[in-house]
Design a protein around this ligand. Structure first.
Ligand SMILES: *[C@@H]1O[C@H](CO)[C@@H](O)[C@H](O)[C@H]1NC(C)=O
Ligand SMILES: *[C@@H]1O[C@H](CO)[C@@H](O)[C@H](O)[C@H]1NC(C)=O
Ligand SMILES: *[C@@H]1O[C@H](CO)[C@@H](O)[C@H](O)[C@H]1NC(C)=O
Ligand SMILES: *[C@@H]1O[C@H](CO)[C@@H](O)[C@H](O)[C@H]1NC(C)=O
Ligand SMILES: *[C@@H]1O[C@H](CO)[C@@H](O)[C@H](O)[C@H]1NC(C)=O
Ligand SMILES: *[C@@H]1O[C@H](CO)[C@@H](O)[C@H](O)[C@H]1NC(C)=O
Ligand SMILES: *[C@@H]1O[C@H](CO)[C@@H](O)[C@H](O)[C@H]1NC(C)=O
Ligand SMILES: *[C@@H]1O[C@H](CO)[C@@H](O)[C@H](O)[C@H]1NC(C)=O
Length: 465
């Protein structure tokens, strides 16, 4: 969901990033700006001449406009443009047919949800019964998390139906169940803000609802460390569970940063900045982030590092925060690069001796590898995309020498990320190619002769959609 927003921002990122790098390369520019500002302050104080002030303000505005010129000249094509304008419609009839087929599938699924599960979490596809395992009846989890997809597929009626429900019914004050904070941030705040961005940043209702939810979550950020508690009961604001996973702690940055930007409410940025600085300063053995943290003591609550579901979002969000900031959030970028380096150093990436395929294994400070199962879960396949995105942030040439400390022109690093991306993706496609259905299994095993801890007959033979 938020990835849609981030993708939308990839285009302006390039020019912004390049202009940022140029600015670094021309230190004179920055100095002259500072000098101009100082002079203007003196002039105001000494002469109080209104025309001079007006002139200087005009000059500054012109300078700002000039600096921004490269941005405004390359128009970003939004999803809204694509949906509203024939010119962007798919013209290839074969592709159009496929699009229509997928759209019809989504519409059927939506209609079934409306008929059998409206406002419930989900429905069971065989019995048509509703299922409420996460947020519970009346909270419309499927509605909120489908909205951005409905919009992108140009299913306007369905989107409008969902929007009306959100406006009139979505209310966290009546949510008495204990819920996962990260789910609320990703599915609800992320889902609503995606709608706001995708529909042209005009529908304030989505922002108001996001604020409402962000406000209900406030108690979880009142821990002694500022790191968020794992769960909360929104109706009475009772926060609980002090040992969340790393992905929950580090997987909230994009949503709050965006919410801060559109509302200007600094509370949202404070929440994520406290988390960021705390994680950055935590003592780390071999540079590794463990996958569970105690938010009251501020200590690691585990000795395992993993790139699986319970860890991955943290790394992904660091990278995407850097992209979201138009290449200015170097703390995020450096944490990402250092964390991946540490992971590499501990040999969590390993080529299978059976097949030569690269996979990722967890690492435990105490156990080392002695008793670790040798498998990778299908969901880790998305890391191929993460590393491609990381490689894409790095310049193609190493001529911008002044930025070398920021790794942005490090060709070896770029090649390393590309290699990881290609090799992990190859591992996944080769496994998918081995099944009759063409779906990769949920879990891939490697080097099975060395197995010790895992029952081969367990959950590897299915796939989670
Ligand atoms: C579930 O709904 C579908 C579509 O309305 C219907 O074809 C199917 O028979 C239903 N299944 C059950 C078990 O009621
Ligand atoms: C959003 O909230 C603001 C301030 O509370 C209010 O003025 C505005 O009418 C609300 N907009 C919508 C669409 O609900
Ligand atoms: C900013 O957000 C916080 C936390 O959600 C809330 O308590 C506060 O009222 C908000 N401030 C304004 C000015 O809206
Ligand atoms: C795995 O093998 C590839 C070549 O197939 C090599 O480039 C890569 O460095 C190896 N990775 C590890 C972690 O040994
Ligand atoms: C680097 O090269 C690739 C492939 O030629 C190109 O698509 C990409 O835009 C370039 N990236 C930058 C930052 O110049
Ligand atoms: C990337 O992979 C190629 C081919 O396996 C290898 O020659 C090269 O050394 C790798 N580069 C890095 C930086 O790992
Ligand atoms: C899948 O496997 C078949 C043979 O088993 C091979 O011909 C084909 O190239 C493979 N496809 C991919 C994408 O690896
Ligand atoms: C897996 O299941 C098969 C048959 O169901 C059984 O014979 C075999 O012993 C099982 N393997 C393990 C490692 O439990």
């Amino acid at each position: 969901m938020m990835s849609a927003i981030v993708n939308k921002q990839i285009e302006p990122l390039r020019s912004e990033q390049i202009s940022f790098l140029n600015r670094i390369n021309e230190p004179n520019n920055d100095q002259s700006k500072i000098i101009t500002r100082k002079k203007s302050r003196q002039l105001k104080i000494e002469y109080y001449v209104v025309p001079v002030v007006v002139f200087i303000v005009t000059l500054i505005v012109i300078v700002i406009i000039c600096i921004r010129q490269p941005n405004s000249s390359s128009k970003i094509i939004t999803i809204k443009d694509v949906n509203d304008n024939e010119q962007y419609k798919e013209t290839n009839p074969e592709m159009r047919k496929k699009q229509d087929f997928i759209r019809k599938m989504t519409q059927d699924a939506w209609n079934a949800y409306v008929k059998y599960g409206w406002t419930h979490d989900t429905i069971r596809p065989l019995t048509n019964q509703s299922l409420d395992q996460t947020f519970g009846p009346g909270m419309g989890l499927t509605i909120v998390s489908s909205m951005s997809t409905l919009w992108m597929m140009n299913l306007k009626e369905e989107f409008q139906m969902g929007r009306d429900w959100i406006e009139n019914e979505l209310n966290f004050n009546k949510l008495h169940r204990e819920i996962d904070v990260q789910d609320a941030v990703n599915f609800y705040i992320g889902g609503l803000l995606s709608c706001y961005a995708l529909t042209g940043s005009v529908d304030e209702m989505f922002v108001n609802k996001s604020r409402h939810i962000a406000d209900r979550l406030d108690p979880v950020y009142r821990s002694p460390t500022g790191l968020p508690y794992w769960k909360i009961r929104p109706a009475d604001g009772l926060a609980s569970y002090s040992t969340p996973f790393l992905s929950a702690v580090g997987g909230q940055h994009l949503e709050y940063e965006y919410l801060y930007r559109i509302t200007g409410n600094g509370t949202y940025r404070d929440r994520i900045q406290r988390i960021r600085s705390f994680l950055e300063l935590m003592p780390k053995q071999s540079g590794l982030y463990m996958h569970q943290i105690n938010v009251e003591s501020g200590r690691w609550h585990s000795s395992t590092t993993t790139l699986s579901m319970v860890g991955r979002s943290f790394y992904n969000y660091l990278l995407r925060s850097f992209i979201q900031s138009n290449g200015e959030d170097f703390s995020a970028w450096n944490m990402f690069v250092d964390a991946i380096d540490a992971i590499e150093q501990t040999k969590m990436f390993i080529n299978s001796s059976d097949t030569g395929l690269l996979y990722i294994r967890p690492y435990n400070l105490n156990l080392r590898y002695k008793r670790y199962p040798k498998y990778m879960n299908f969901e880790s396949c998305s890391l191929g995309a993460m590393f491609a995105l990381a490689a894409n942030q790095l310049s193609n040439s190493s001529t911008l020498s002044s930025t070398s400390s920021l790794h942005l022109n490090d060709l070896t690093l770029k090649e390393k990320y590309w290699n990881l991306s290609l090799q992990l993706t190859r591992t996944c496609t080769e496994h998918a190619n081995q099944t009759l259905s063409g779906f990769a299994p949920n879990r891939f095993y490697f080097d099975t002769d060395e197995f010790d801890d895992v029952n081969l007959n367990d959950s590897g033979r299915h796939v989670l959609l």
